[in-house]
Design a protein. Structure first.
Length: 240
């Protein structure tokens, strides 16, 4: 495994955290937070998360906690996230993989933040090995990445952010120039509104995958592509 290359915004807390501002005991978010705090050591929470629905609030709490506490990822959280993505089914109008993709992002982010790539090499290998299977699931649910508005923009940001983290490793990146990856990356970038607060993630991933920088830092990605929010006719034909 090669060393990770540098890209901006290593730290990443999912924009849809699932947290609720209320404090009522009947609130699913409050119930899940209490449940997470009660389950010690951390591996118990990971086991329970593996038995939860892929769209459960508790799974999302574990995904969020993974970025700040290494004990979650070292207790098998990545395995649980991967399994939920590959074995789960979308049944309620929301993608079953969303929370687990956030978890994968936070596994990567927490490892990079703490410079523990060597210590957590086995975790990285496991996640890398799952990439194309994960992308196949997202590809089947491509319609969730279409449309306009905050929800669609956020899903595109989450998806592109995950792909960007996979592509940080040079060896991994070389395996990612397949048609599905390229189409998803371009789509997430070009279809996100230019004034969206989540647009930076799709743009960074597209730049990392497609742009080459010469020694003095000038991007060879055309300016029109860096600023455009919708594909031109020629680009649109590629995305079909």
């Amino acid at each position: 495994m090669s060393g990770f290359v540098t890209m901006p915004d290593v730290d990443w807390l999912p924009p849809r955290s699932g947290d609720c501002p209320c404090t009522f005991n009947t609130c699913p978010s409050v119930i899940a937070a209490c449940k997470l705090a009660r389950l010690q050591p951390r591996w118990q929470a990971v086991i329970v998360a593996g038995k939860e629905s892929p769209t459960s609030v508790f799974l999302l709490k574990v995904a969020n906690a993974t970025i700040t506490d290494p004990r979650y990822r070292r207790s098998g959280a990545a395995t649980i996230f991967i399994r939920h993505i590959l074995q789960g089914k979308t049944t309620d109008g929301n993608p079953h993989w969303e929370s687990s993709v956030m978890g994968i992002i936070n596994v990567f982010a927490s490892i990079i933040q703490t410079h523990s790539e060597v210590q957590d090499a086995a975790i990285i290998r496991e996640v890398h090995a799952s990439y194309h299977s994960i992308l196949d699931i997202i590809w089947k649910d491509f319609h969730f990445l279409t449309g306009q508005g905050t929800v669609a923009d956020t899903r595109r940001a989450i998806t592109s952010k995950m792909i960007g983290f996979f592509a940080r490793d040079p060896d991994m990146k070389r395996t990612m120039y397949d048609e599905k990856t390229l189409k998803v990356v371009l789509h997430c970038w070009l279809e996100t509104a230019p004034d969206s607060p989540t647009r930076k993630s799709p743009m960074d991933t597209a730049s990392h995958m497609f742009a080459f920088k010469i020694s003095w830092g000038i991007s060879l990605l055309p300016i029109s592509w860096r600023t455009r929010s919708r594909p031109s006719k020629s680009q649109h034909s590629f995305l079909k």
